[in-house]
Design a protein around this ligand. Structure first.
Ligand SMILES: *Cc1c(COP(=O)(O)O)cnc(C)c1O
Length: 376
């Protein structure tokens, strides 16, 4: 075992999470920004499956300015682990869940006057003030006050004495590139910022850029950016010119090896049949770990520095691989995401083969897969 057993347990399937790569990606992002532009690291969904707390701690050490999470619970987890940086809850919450925002010092997203008033009342009751970020919909069609109603809403929220408008943000509808539409969103948002400014309202933190926005739309940086994907070394689209370092690798070990004659059906439904006398190995990973069943007969695995296709259906806990006449032994390492010798399987490739996006692959890796952190 390359790592202490206590970290992995007794099933040799794990994800290496390389925090050095995370720091490298952060640095790379930092260098693309103007001086003074803040970075909010998007670490929702357990930091895209990489592990909320280790990722957050590393980013604090790197000098990140803000954290963006999806829910109050994710924010509380950060606080309970001693993370003190400002945290924006980017998703909406119910009015009845307002109190923990105060208890845990979390910044809510606001897009209605009704919610703003409820916050203001709670703040008054506690003799406190609370910072908020107002979300504007410039074309995502998700949460956010409609662009043309935003000015009015901001004008009303400004008058609520206990609320402090710290941020104004919007979100792009295209995570990959759509020049025209994204530029249109940036323009609408920019116009709103200008309008507010001319009405004497200056919001300190104005943000719109996800990873794609950060890489491809300099005029969309405003005063803060909100990257997620690129921090983890994944790319919103092929061929964007910048390379980030993948943070996560998914690994396992061969648990069974057998020689089989030609004509043997492999796994449920026998969608793979051995074409000749060959060696079939079994690996302890499956869709119960978030390894997509869509990769049946499609996905690739690296063993002995070579690339092999998955043979037959992906089961809940196991997959089989036809390795031909390659000499493979029980205990040999198999890489499902990452590199081995000169071969590499990227998360992007896995996603493409599974008919989904890289986000879903890393977020989907289950709690059954221990994350092993590599740092120095
Ligand atoms: C997830 C998310 C991001 C980060 O997007 P990436 O494409 O991963 O960079 C930014 N902003 C909001 C509101 C999000 O929900």
């Amino acid at each position: 075992m390359r790592y202490p057993k206590k970290k992995i347990g007794f099933r040799p399937t794990w994800a290496d999470v390389d925090l050095r790569a995370l720091a490298y990606n952060f640095g790379k992002i930092r260098r693309r920004l103007d001086r003074g532009t803040r970075i909010m690291a998007t670490i929702k969904a357990d930091a895209y499956g990489h592990g909320l707390i280790p990722v957050a701690r590393k980013l604090v050490a790197c000098g990140v300015d803000w954290f963006g999470v999806a829910s109050i619970d994710e924010g509380i987890k950060l606080r309970k682990h001693g993370i003190r940086l400002p945290v924006l809850v980017m998703g909406l919450i119910l009015k009845e869940d307002i109190p923990p925002l105060f208890t845990w010092d979390l910044v809510p997203t606001v897009c209605t006057l009704d919610f703003a008033r409820a916050l203001d009342r709670e703040a008054r009751r506690r003799r406190r003030r609370i910072g908020v970020h107002i979300k504007v919909d410039t074309g995502m069609g998700r949460i956010g006050v409609e662009q043309d109603e935003a000015r009015t809403l901001v004008g009303k929220i400004v008058r609520l004495a206990r609320l402090k408008i710290e941020g104004l943000f919007t979100h792009f509808a295209f995570a990959d590139m759509d020049w025209e539409f994204t530029h249109h969103q940036i323009e609408l948002f920019n116009r709103l910022v200008q309008d507010l400014r001319s009405g004497g309202i200056e919001v300190p933190l104005v943000h719109s850029a996800n990873s794609m926005g950060l890489l491809a739309y300099r005029n969309g940086h405003f005063t803060m950016v909100r990257p997620g994907l690129v921090l983890y070394g994944l790319h919103p689209q092929e061929g964007m010119g910048v390379r980030f370092k993948p943070v996560l690798s998914l690994k396992t070990k061969v648990l069974y090896v057998k020689r089989l004659p030609e004509g043997r059906g492999i796994s449920y439904g026998h969608i793979y049949v051995t074409p000749k006398k060959t060696t079939i190995v079994t690996l302890p990973i499956g869709y119960g770990d978030g390894y997509p069943r869509n990769l049946s007969n499609k996905g690739f695995v690296l063993i002995k520095g070579k690339r092999f296709r998955i043979s037959g259906r992906v089961c809940m806990d196991q997959i089989m691989v036809d390795v031909g006449n390659t000499r493979v032994r029980v205990g040999d390492e198999a890489v499902l995401i990452g590199s081995q010798k000169k071969e590499v399987v990227t998360t992007e490739e896995v996603a493409r083969l599974a008919g989904t996006i890289p986000y879903e692959i890393v977020c989907g890796l289950g709690s059954r897969i221990p994350r092993v952190y590599i740092d120095k």
